[in-house]
Design a binder for this molecule. Structure first.
Ligand code: FMN
Length: 306
């Protein structure tokens, strides 16, 4: 298991010490051209988390490659990219193909821009044709069937899934009853997103063989453990980083305690446990073999029927 930041939730240049506490750094979503983003107010606290409507503010791919990437030398960088057409994604991936980025995350799911990419399969296929870098498809949980969307991404050549992006929510001003965010609705992140993220990770683990970066409301070692159990291979921290930049170290320590309580030695041994019917057969190293579909990959060594 690797611990990453969720896109848009950490500025590597102003908080390099937080980046160093992670296994890789995921950039804010980069678009072909620079974007100012939406007008303020762009962030609001709500029960169960926060709403944001940043609107993909970013310097654009040219400045990212020329000015930001060189300053991230020595860090494993995952570049998050977003656009408004399949050709935008293809252009961004082609541009990054020769750059020093370890993976590309396709943001197919931003709730804060009006233009949307309708077809995940088409977009992933266009990106796939443009780069040989590992491609992670970041999906919204607010689709009719996230497992079906994940299968479409896999069929189109994605190497992994990032689950989940925020889900649209609205906050009204206490006094005026007008929307708090200038744009109206925004993306809900934080604790309220956690069960939704767990459900999406769980569904996609059963539906594809792709590795999954799980995220959504994780702020403790227990939360990370649950994402792993649902089927995430890696975990990203988002909203928690705004209130607790020390979260990665704290969460790793908490996770170790959680794993020890289960008699597990390595976080990878917890991956997929929610899919296993009988946990009584877990030995201390969590490596037991049960009959089942050998096609399903579980780090525990357990097989689950598809
Ligand atoms: C302020 C803010 C900005 C974000 N910007 C992006 C972004 O640029 N691209 C993206 O794919 N996701 C973006 N996200 C979504 C996060 O990467 C993550 O998917 C989501 O917040 C769920 O995780 P969390 O509940 O741990 O925050 C943003 C989230 C927040 C709170």
């Amino acid at each position: 298991m690797r611990l990453l930041n969720a896109s848009g939730c950490l500025d590597a240049l102003t908080a390099p010490e937080v980046v160093r506490s992670l296994d890789a750094f995921v950039t804010k979503t980069i678009t072909p051209l620079p974007r100012e983003g939406n007008v303020p107010v762009r962030i609001a606290e709500v029960e169960g988390g926060m709403l944001n409507a940043i609107g993909l503010a970013n310097p654009g791919i040219d400045r990212f490659c020329k000015e930001m990437l060189p300053r991230l030398a020595g860090i494993e960088v995952w570049a998050s990219v977003g656009g408004f057409s399949t050709s935008d994604y293809a252009e961004l991936c082609a541009r990054l193909d020769d750059e020093d980025v370890a993976a590309i995350e396709l943001n197919l799911s931003c709730p804060n821009v009006d233009e949307v990419t309708e077809n995940v399969g088409e977009t992933v296929a266009a990106a796939r044709g443009a780069t040989s870098k590992p491609l992670y498809a970041k999906l919204s949980p607010a689709v009719p069937d996230v497992a079906e969307t994940a299968r479409a991404a896999e069929a189109a050549g994605a190497d992994g899934l990032s689950l989940v992006n925020t889900i649209r929510g609205l906050a009204l001003d206490e006094r005026t009853l007008r929307p708090v965010l200038a744009r109206g609705a925004g993306g809900l992140s934080g604790p309220a997103l956690r069960p939704i993220a767990l459900a999406a990770v769980h569904a996609c683990r059963g539906a594809t063989n792709l590795p999954i970066v799980g995220m959504g409301g994780a702020s403790t070692g227990r939360h990370v453990l649950e994402l792993l159990a649902a089927g995430a291979d890696d975990v990203a921290l988002g909203t928690v980083l705004f209130s607790d930049p020390g979260a990665p170290g704290r969460i790793r320590a908490e996770l170790e305690v959680e794993l020890a309580a289960l008699g597990l030695v390595d976080p990878d041994n917890a991956i997929g446990l929610a899919h296993v019917d009988d946990l009584s057969s877990l030995d201390s190293k969590s490596r037991v073999d049960t009959p089942g579909d050998p096609g399903k990959r579980l780090h525990t060594g357990l097989n689950v029927p598809g």
